[in-house]
Every structure is written in structure tokens, then in C-alpha cells.
Design a protein around this ligand. Structure first.
Ligand code: FAD
Length: 475
């Protein structure tokens, strides 16, 4: 019997034949990333049902020296969940580990398996009158394990923080098959626990390179009594920043989202997601989508937002404003924001930059970098949107009108060099919330110090001495 047959037989013994997939038709989707930039190969895809299964799979793979690539919803935007082209890897698909284990309404926590879909986790919290605030446009497909492994951000970071801030405990399987983070199968989820190094923190944002997350305890919050959404037209990122400052002072902790969207981004959504339509009578260079979450009632929330908008209109800080009058209208507003990535994908290729900057520098960054790009590549079009309240921009470059996708892609390195040099100059980060994966591996080397890269490599070598955990990603 060949080495591969031995491996597959051992894996089938762990998960059962039906949960070991080698058929190309079953593997095609999981082996291509969401943006269709990366196409990998794998010797098989295995679907574990428990932490014990994952541990046993990892031990078998370690014995056979076979690389392991964990995958959740496959919505990552940096190629982190796609194996390389060698065909030697085993893809571990977490979709069967999709259960919410427990909701603790006193401790305000939720415990779930890593393969649970984010929107199912939110729904389980809501069923107990609690809020799990992590919210992304991909929430119908992405998983808790993927969210933790990429330290996902999303639209409510302004008020509740990134996934890292929402996590109280993680259970994970390390490269030798050992399990950390639980004892006798129990995760503790303590809010205070200063017993040595915080190993769970190492797993967050590690993109599967240090181990496989199997379960986690996450924070919950009281469900707000009212949420009101509005759109405000602004002339520039600078005006948006002044409006952000005003909104934070006016609304305090009720301000839960503050998203910037440029006009081209909305145009693409109108084009590819009918009946989406522009919300103002005249076109404006930018708009802001903001939301407040209130613990009094709808009338109080409305009054607060109306007061903010009226003052900003009177002062000329915003050019127009519309407040959603119903849940349906609020959803329409959010659809303008949440469909941007898909509208861009439908339009053709673009060069994405998920960057963060000191918030006060964002307007100067946009002005300087737009000008530098126009000078180098006249006519390129900017699809610029993001979580302004977190200093996070999705600063994406599309081809000039009439130019081909291919012509743009040929300029990718030069465009990245301009954008990332500006990010460096303004003391920002080249990856705000999507991670490094395959896409930004080279860029990471250029934007971290030698000491930082060496420390990361030492941690990786200590936890994964054979280099089998998601090789070729991040480091
Ligand atoms: C339309 C759209 C909108 C998006 N909006 C946002 C946004 O607002 N904010 C944001 O942060 N991201 C956003 N994303 C990116 C993406 O949804 C997130 O990165 C998400 O957290 C990935 O989850 P996933 O389950 O799909 O992970 P995958 O894509 O399957 O994997 C992502 C990485 O995590 C690793 N991984 C997955 N599961 C595990 C596990 N159990 N243990 C260890 N490693 C694991 C993978 O190996 C890979 O490196 C968006 C994506 C799309 C398509």
C-alpha cells in the first residue's frame, strides 16, 4: 500500500469514509479562494466532528509529514485558506463542527465550535436577548474559527472591538496533536486569568499557522432596544473626519458604526445590485453610513440622531442626510455598504489595500496617495470605502475607464509600492483586518522590523517544528 493510501485510510478511520473527500468535484470549491486569485491542490479534504477528531487527524498528518490547511467559510481575502499547488496538503474543513455549545446569560458569554457560521452565532445570542456584535458582509458564510484566525474586524469595531477583544477563551489543537485551552473538555472563559502566557492570544490572527482552533468562548452584550441608521453626504474624507468627531461627542457609546463610502463604490453597487439606488437627490464625492444602538427606546435613538444630523447640516459639515424610517430602509442603507466587495468583483479586477492609519491622518493620506497614483497611472479609479471610525480603509484601485484588467494587474507591484510607502509614511498598517495569507507575505517582510520577523519565526518554530501548519502563509 502506498504512503498516500495509508494516510487516507488512517484519516477515513477517524472521520468515516463519507467525511473524507478526494473527488475533484467536492474539492473544486474549497481549493479556490473567494476572490478566485488562488487555486490550490490537496490530496484530500477531511471533515472532523470534534476536537478529538482534529487532534487525531493532526497526529496522523504529523506522522506522515503532511501539511495541514484549516478552512472555515473560505471567505478570506488574502488566500490564507487555499493550499499550495503541490497537492500534498490535507485540507481540514471545519463545517461539521458548527454547534453553539452554550449561552451563559449571567456571565454574558457564548461557547461555540469553530465551524459555526457567524450569522448562526449572532442568532443564538439574539435568541437569549444578547448581542454578539461581530458583523461582516460575509457573515452568512464565514465561521468563528476563521474570524478568530484572521482577527476579523467588521462594522462594529468602533464600539465593541475586533474579534480579539471579543474572545475570552480558545481551545486549539497544536501541531503535535495536543489540545490547549480546555480541561476535561471544559473551556473556562474567565474574564480575569493571569496564569502565565496568554496562549489563546497567540492563536488569534495566526491564520492557522500555529494550530487549529476547535472551540471558543466569546463575549456577549445586552441587546440594544433600538438601532437607527442614517446616511450623510460629505464633500471629502476631511469633512467625514470632522463629522466623526462631532458624532462621537454627540452620541457617546451609542455610536456603533461609522463607515465611509466614495461615490464610485456606490455607483458599482447601483450597477450590479439593482434595485439599489443613490440615496440623495444630487451626487456627492463621499457618504457616511452611521448607526446608533440605544438602550432607551426608538424615540430616544431617533431624537439623538436627528439632533446630530440637524446640527451638522446647519454647520455645513454634511451636504445632505437621510435617516432610515424602518428596518427595511436601514437594510437598504447597509446593502449599499455591504455589497461593495461583490459589486467590485462583478465589475472586474481591482487591486485591494486593506490598510489602517492613525484616524486623524486619513484625509491627508487619501489626498497624497490619490495624487501620487494619478501621476503615475493617469485615470485609475479609486474605490475607497471602509470603517472610518476604526481608521480602516479599503483603498482599492480599479483600471482607468476603457483599460483592461490585465493592464492594471501588470502594474500591481508598482501600485502597491506607492500605497504601502504612503502607509509607512503616515505610520499605518498594511493589513488592518484581512490578515497576511499568501497575498501579503512579501509585503510583511518589508513592513516589519528584523527583530519582529525573527520573534515571529521563533514562535512558529517552537510550536510547529516540522512546519506543517498552513505552510506558505503569513511567515
Ligand atoms: C464580502 C466580504 C466582506 C468581508 N468583510 C470583512 C470585514 O468587514 N472585516 C473583516 O475582518 N473581514 C472581512 N472579510 C474577510 C473574511 O470574511 C474574514 O477574514 C473572515 O474572518 C474569514 O472567515 P472564514 O471562516 O471564511 O475563514 P477562511 O477564509 O476559511 O480562513 C481564513 C484563515 O483562517 C484560517 N482558519 C480558518 N478556520 C480556522 C480554524 N478553525 N483554526 C485555525 N485557522 C483557521 C485559514 O487557514 C485561513 O488562513 C470579508 C469577506 C468577504 C467575502
Amino acid at each position: 500500500m502506498s504512503e498516500v493510501s495509508h494516510l487516507l485510510e488512517s484519516l477515513a478511520t477517524i472521520v468515516g469514509k463519507d467525511n473524507l473527500k478526494t473527488n475533484p468535484a467536492d474539492l473544486a470549491g474549497p481549493l479556490t479562494d473567494w476572490r478566485r486569485r488562488y487555486h490550490g491542490k490537496a490530496c484530500a479534504m477531511v471533515l472532523p466532528a470534534s476536537t478529538q477528531d482534529v487532534s487525531a487527524i493532526v497526529k496522523v498528518c504529523a506522522r506522515h509529514r503532511v501539511p495541514i490547511v484549516p478552512q472555515g467559510g473560505n471567505t478570506g481575502l488574502v488566500g490564507g485558506a487555499t493550499p499550495d499547488a503541490s497537492g500534498h496538503s490535507i485540507l481540514i474543513k471545519m463545517s461539521r463542527m458548527n454547534h453553539v455549545v452554550a449561552v451563559d446569560p449571567v456571565g454574558n458569554t457564548i461557547t461555540a465550535e469553530a465551524g459555526v457560521i457567524l450569522s448562526d452565532l449572532q442568532a443564538a445570542a439574539r435568541a437569549s436577548s444578547r448581542l454578539f456584535p461581530l458583523s461582516l458582509a460575509s457573515e452568512g458564510s464565514c465561521t468563528l474559527g476563521g474570524n478568530l484566525s484572521t482577527n476579523a474586524g467588521g462594522t462594529a469595531v468602533l464600539r465593541y472591538g475586533n474579534t480579539r477583544e471579543l474572545c475570552l477563551a480558545i481551545e486549539a489543537v497544536l501541531a503535535d496533536g495536543s489540545v490547549i485551552g480546555s480541561r476535561q473538555g471544559r473551556l473556562n472563559g474567565l474574564r480575569k486569568d493571569n496564569t502565565g502566557l496568554a496562549l489563546a492570544q497567540c492563536m488569534i490572527g495566526a491564520e492557522g499557522t500555529l494550530g487549529i482552533i476547535t472551540r471558543a468562548v466569546m463575549k456577549l452584550f445586552p441587546l440594544p432596544r433600538a438601532q437607527v441608521t442614517a446616511l450623510a453626504a460629505v464633500a471629502s474624507p476631511d469633512a467625514a473626519l470632522r463629522f466623526l468627531e462631532r458624532a462621537q461627542m454627540h452620541c457617546g457609546s451609542t455610536l456603533t458604526a461609522f463607515e465611509l463610502i466614495n461615490e464610485l463604490a456606490v455607483t458599482l453597487v447601483e450597477r450590479h445590485f439593482p434595485p439599489a439606488r443613490y440615496p440623495f437627490a444630487t451626487r456627492h464625492p463621499f457618504m457616511v453610513l452611521l448607526e446608533i444602538s440605544d438602550h432607551d427606546d426608538q424615540a430616544h435613538a431617533m431624537q439623538l440622531l436627528e439632533g446630530l444630523m440637524q446640527g451638522a447640516l446647519e454647520d455645513g459639515m454634511i451636504g445632505d442626510a437621510v435617516i432610515a424610517q424602518s428596518v427595511a430602509q436601514s437594510k437598504q442603507f447597509w446593502a449599499l455598504r455591504e455589497n461593495i466587495s461583490e459589486a467590485q468583483a462583478a465589475e472586474g479586477k481591482n487591486i485591494k489595500h486593506d490598510i489602517s492609519l492613525p484616524i486623524a491622518s486619513i484625509a491627508r493620506f487619501v489626498e497624497a496617495t490619490d495624487a501620487a497614483l494619478q501621476q503615475a497611472f493617469p485615470g485609475v479609479r479609486m474605490v475607497n470605502f471602509g470603517h472610518l471610525g476604526d481608521g480602516n480603509l479599503h483603498y482599492n484601485v480599479s483600471p482607468a475607464a476603457g483599460a483592461s484588467d490585465q493592464a492594471l494587474l501588470e502594474k500591481q507591484d508598482a501600485i502597491n509600492a506607492i500605497v504601502y510607502a504612503a502607509v509607512e509614511r503616515f505610520a499605518g498598517s498594511i493589513s488592518a483586518e484581512h490578515g497576511i495569507g499568501q497575498l501579503k507575505r512579501e509585503a510583511l517582510r518589508l513592513h516589519k522590523s528584523g527583530a519582529e520577523l525573527a520573534a515571529m519565526a521563533q514562535i512558529k518554530a517552537a510550536l510547529d517544528p516540522l512546519g506543517l501548519m498552513n505552510p506558505g502563509k503569513m511567515l
